[in-house]
Design a protein around this ligand. Structure first.
Ligand code: ADP
Length: 170
């Protein structure tokens, strides 16, 4: 059985991510979406919340699972018996960084290979950070993220704003 892992922060999951998930799920027998516990910067959504949102938008895809993970991606892949890592490429600017990561991961574990799916043109400019930014100003995010999670994002963006006001941040 060919198992693939699609790793990322998914803070929050966008239509661009979902497009990659749909296409990657057809290339492997099982696709595990690995949600990074990102120690470096504080995410908008906790790991548990990001996992829950992705589960909601992938509930009709029977060979897709969602899990949080910490530590090295190649270790997570080994633990899950995965031989394929999936990444999305939006633009040339993604390429240099992604190439470096893919080569490093292959060096760390030669049994694991990375495949890149190029974004569908209609989503090439969509990113989680742009969605967070638009939501924080109350702008329309409905065309960038799956409909079932739109309200969760506005709610969280509202909470972030009021906690920033209380703590004096802006
Ligand atoms: P990161 O792992 O850099 O924190 P993200 O969670 O934003 O990234 O994205 C996870 C993966 O999805 C990456 O491979 C990224 O290139 C890809 N991706 C992000 N947005 C899109 C998009 N709009 N179209 C296609 N792929 C995307």
């Amino acid at each position: 059985m060919r198992i693939g892992i699609y790793p990322g922060s998914f803070d929050p999951v966008t239509q661009g991510h979902l497009d990659i998930i749909l296409r990657a799920s057809k290339l492997v027998d099982k696709l595990i979406i690995g949600v990074l516990i990102n120690g470096a910067k504080k995410p908008m959504f906790s790991m548990e919340e990001r996992v829950e949102l992705i589960r909601r938008v992938t509930k009709d895809l029977p060979n897709v699972e969602v899990e949080g993970f910490d530590g090295l991606l190649v270790d997570f892949a080994q633990q899950k018996g995965a031989s394929v890592l999936v990444r999305g490429l939006r633009a040339v600017t993604d390429f240099e960084y992604e190439l470096q990561i893919a080569q490093t991961n292959h060096k760390l574990n030669p049994l694991v290979d990375t495949i890149f799916l190029t974004t569908s043109v209609e989503y090439s400019y969509v990113s989680s950070s742009i969605v967070r930014e638009i939501a924080s100003y109350g702008g329309d995010i409905s065309q960038f993220v799956p409909e079932s999670i739109v309200d969760d994002i506005y709610k969280k963006a509202g909470e972030d704003k009021s906690s920033a006001r209380i703590s004096g941040r802006n």
